[in-house]
Design a protein around this ligand. Structure first.
Ligand code: ATP
Length: 326
């Protein structure tokens, strides 16, 4: 598989869960590609839209007035059809028919796997990390995480206020799929008493109950627990904790609100740089790469290599979270 190729026409799509900042990425991919002399088509509804030839010819103006908007102007989807070998072959044939040399995929690691499959069918790809979950191994930053944690934090602060007034225990469930990054960041930033993340949780609720009883003894008037989606069961957990401690306990599942909203400055900025880099790399003929941010630098990796990487929550940061919660 050659790693360089002359790219004249690119397609851009968003795939998997939407995340704030995707529009800034689409805009930057489009504008930098056009400035570089390439043609751009927007694909609606991710890989499914690619299979259904839902293409829009993009100009500089197609992406006007989008940088501040949440969601994705291209819509997004999860496509079972594309996952099959026949689906990827058909998608590659459609790309060839439309003379699309490369597809820029903005999404999570599932979308990257799809992109890798498409590259095996002879279509050049470029991945941009678009997920609120921060769970892509090759990068310390993903588009949408910053907005999502700030949206969640605003809600958690409000719940904390009323929790203190009523001397309640509150369990707030945040998103993140199987990763605990959103929970860890929101837990530390909200001063939560307990932070439950899938990577560390022992499923021993007695630990939490003991912690609540201890906290009451030292005069804490509320008990805030941030629970990650990957653990879930917040409502039944609240019932069990209330029964065991006698402290009124309520669960709030923040849900999809964390995916929406106007992106923060950081998400707009990083998505803009990453999107522009994607088009520059393709212009230089570099293909089958993904863009990341590591050790203070924007960088790129081979997509195969990126998908084989792993990352984990820092032990040190997790320990700090526990110490500060006392
Ligand atoms: P998020 O992290 O926000 O959920 P994601 O990109 O990981 O985003 P997925 O639902 O896992 O979301 O993947 C999005 C789409 O990518 C799938 O619907 C499918 O079309 C394609 N895809 C996922 N995994 C594969 C795979 N192993 N092979 C081919 N295509 C895949």
């Amino acid at each position: 598989m050659p790693k360089t190729k002359t790219i004249k026409k690119i397609a851009v799509l968003t795939s998997g869960g939407d995340s704030p900042g995707m529009n800034a990425a689409i805009r930057a991919v489009t504008r930098k590609a056009i400035v570089n002399g390439m043609e751009v088509v927007g694909v609606q509804k991710g890989y499914q839209g690619l299979l259904e030839e839902e293409f829009i010819d993009f100009s500089m103006r197609s992406v006007s007035d989008t940088i501040q908007r949440g969601g994705t102007i291209l819509r997004t989807a999860r496509s079972e059809e594309f996952k099959s070998d026949e689906g990827k072959k058909k998608a590659a044939e459609i790309c060839r028919e439309y003379k699309i040399d490369a597809v820029v995929v903005i999404g999570g690691d599932g979308s990257y796997k799809g992109a890798l499959g498409l590259s095996h069918e002879g279509i050049a790809v470029m991945g941009l990390p678009g997920t609120i979950d921060l769970d892509i191994a090759c990068t310390d930053y993903t588009i949408g995480f910053d907005t999502a944690v700030n949206t969640a934090l605003e809600a958690i602060d409000k719940i904390r206020d009323t929790s203190t007034s009523h001397e309640r225990c509150s369990i707030v469930e945040v998103m993140g799929r199987n990763a605990g990054y959103i929970a860890l960041w929101c837990g530390v930033a909200s001063g939560a008493e307990d932070i439950l993340i899938p990577e560390k949780y022992t499923y021993d609720e007695q630990d939490i109950i003991n912690h609540i009883i201890e906290s009451r003894k030292i005069g804490k008037t509320h008990h805030l627990i941030i629970n990650a989606e990957g653990i879930g069961h917040s409502t039944s957990m609240a019932r069990r904790i209330e029964a065991a401690t006698g402290m009124e306990t309520r669960a709030t599942i923040l849900g999809y609100m964390q995916r929406g909203g106007s992106p923060t400055c950081k998400d707009r900025y990083y998505a803009s740089i990453m999107g522009a880099m994607a088009s520059d790399l393709l212009y230089e003929g570099k293909i089958n790469r993904v863009i990341g941010y590591r050790n203070g630098e924007f960088t790129d990796f081979d997509i195969d290599e990126a998908l084989s990487m792993t990352k984990s929550i820092s032990e040190y940061q997790y320990d700090i979270a526990r110490v500060l919660a006392h």
